[in-house]
Design a protein around this ligand. Structure first.
Ligand code: NAI
Length: 261
């Protein structure tokens, strides 16, 4: 019998880029990866907001994080900032495409609909493929390259009045499969997490009572999730040991997709 192969469950020393890392799931992921010894590029729209998360991480005793302002809907900025990050840390091993914006809009929303549609697709779909293509030269040099896309249960089903977001997130599910198939021969894994209702900046405006009713009616666990609970799934997919998981679409949703009634 072949000897047991001890695969690594550590991201220590690896470099991870996280988009939208100033808040919510991105911020929790930055904290977790830094605690696990990774070098973390904290990226978000605003440099001060990135630096604030870096300061939290450094205060917690984990020094290897740096902030980079990056609007992922700006195609030119992506190439420049990804190259800066790679130069600053000496490579890229892990890319977490997480940045997102709430994009509810009724179909008869008039001119606003097109504005919201364009922003949703630019930020949550086009940006993902641009980030991947920009990071590829360095991912190709890594011996455990990992891409994790954050979609949503709205990429698997649809809430009324949410078509721009549903379309963008469904696109991320398809993009993940396409990238996994194209990059598999190079050993680069590409997976997608579909969070359900999570307590983050995006859901902060939802009234607590409404949150409780929704969670009780729709999820198996009867509660919203914590951003850290999603971050741990992201970490699992980023591990060198997760080398045979690719093209997977994984709900982290408290059982929302499993529940019919
Ligand atoms: P959040 O609002 O707390 O964090 C999102 C971050 O993305 C913010 O810091 C924001 O500044 C950043 N961002 C927005 N547009 C950006 C841009 N153009 N360039 C760079 N950064 C940008 O929200 P949350 O919930 O942590 O969102 C993370 C991801 O999870 C998003 O893709 C969201 O669509 C997805 N998601 C959230 C769910 C929830 O219930 N909170 C459920 C399912 C998916």
């Amino acid at each position: 019998m072949a000897p047991y192969q001890p695969l690594s469950r550590s991201v220590a020393g690896r470099t991870a880029i996280i988009t939208g890392a100033a808040s919510g799931m991105g911020r929790a992921t930055a904290h977790l990866f830094a605690r696990e010894g990774a070098q973390v590029a904290v990226t978000d729209l605003d440099q001060a907001a990135c630096d604030a998360v870096v300061a939290e991480i450094v205060d917690a005793g984990f020094a290897a994080a740096r902030g980079f302002a990056l609007d992922v809907s700006d195609g030119a900025a992506i190439g420049r900032v990804v190259a800066d990050i790679a130069a600053s840390f000496g490579g890229i091993d892990i890319l977490v495409n997480n940045a997102g914006v709430s994009s509810f809009c009724p179909l008869d929303g008039g001119q606003d609909y097109d504005v919201i549609w364009d922003r949703a697709v630019a930020t949550m779909l086009t940006a993902h493929q641009r980030m991947v293509r920009a990071a590829l030269p360095w991912l190709r040099k890594s011996d455990a390259a990992r891409i994790i896309n954050i979609a949503s249960t709205e990429g698997l089903g649809a809430t009324p009045g949410n078509t721009p977001y549903v379309a963008a997130k469904s696109g991320v599910v398809g993009l993940t499969r396409g990238l996994a198939v194209d990059l598999g021969k190079e050993g680069i894994t590409v997976n997608c997490i579909c969070p359900g209702p999570i307590l983050t900046g995006m859901t902060a405006k939802v009234d607590d009572a409404d949150k409780a009713v929704f969670a009780r009616r729709r999820t198996a666990l009867r509660r919203y999730g914590l951003p850290e609970e999603v971050a741990h799934m992201t970490l699992n997919l980023a591990l060198p040991a997760s080398s045979y998981v690719t093209g997977a679409i994984i709900p982290v949703d408290g059982g929302l997709m499993a529940r019919n009634a």
